[in-house]
Structure formats: C-alpha cells, structure tokens
Unconditional design. Structure first.
Length: 116
C-alpha cells in the first residue's frame, strides 16, 4: 500500500469533514421546524443504551478478538461477576447509570482484591 500524497490526505480529511457536517446538519435541517415522528424519537432515545450495552458486552466477553468464555473460561470471572452485579443494580434502581457504574466498577476491582 502506497502512502497518500499531501493532496490526497487533505482531500480525504475535507471529504470526511463535509460528510460529517452534512449528516449532522440533515437532522437540524429536517426537524428544525417540526416534531420528530414518534418512532424516530423512540429509536433515538434507545440508541445511547444500546451503544453502551454493546461497549460493555465487548469489554466483558471478547478477549484478544475472540469470545472470552471459549478462550479464558473462569480466568475472567471478575468481569463476569461485575457484569452480573451491574445488571442487578440497574434492575433494582430502575436504570440509574451512576449506581450501575459504581456497583460494576466496585465489583470489578474489589473482588480480585478480596481474593488475593
């Protein structure tokens, strides 16, 4: 693969900037003077929890590009325990993000310290 020339690099950066601007402006331009449809509003509200869940799942279950249960088994038990504790905390507090994060992080870092 050959490196990009200066012109190609700047063209790429400007093209990506323009594309990002148009994507973001499309929502402002389309919905500035009117209400969003209910289905789109509902979908956008669920986007952040879905992204957060995907990030958490990948950090819990995927190790070195493969699923942790297949590779490491119980070596990753603090991750699994923290995920379960955070899930229980989220269910009991009806989705309080702060409580869920504190419980998950305390479990993730506290259990290995307790079992030294």
């Amino acid at each position: 693969m050959t490196p990009l020339s200066t012109f190609e690099s700047w063209s790429l950066v400007l093209g990506l900037a323009l594309g990002t601007f148009l994507i973001r402006y499309s929502f402002i331009g389309l919905f500035a003077d009117r209400d969003m449809p209910a289905w789109l509003d509902r979908a956008l509200k669920l986007m952040v929890p879905a992204i957060f869940a995907a990030i958490v799942f990948s950090s819990v279950a995927i190790v070195n590009g493969t699923l942790g249960a297949e590779v490491a088994g119980l070596a990753l038990w603090p991750r699994y325990a923290a995920a379960v504790a955070a899930l229980i905390a989220a269910a009991l507090t009806r989705g309080s993000m702060l409580v869920t994060l504190v419980v998950g992080m305390a479990t993730l870092h506290g259990l290995p310290w307790l079992f030294r």
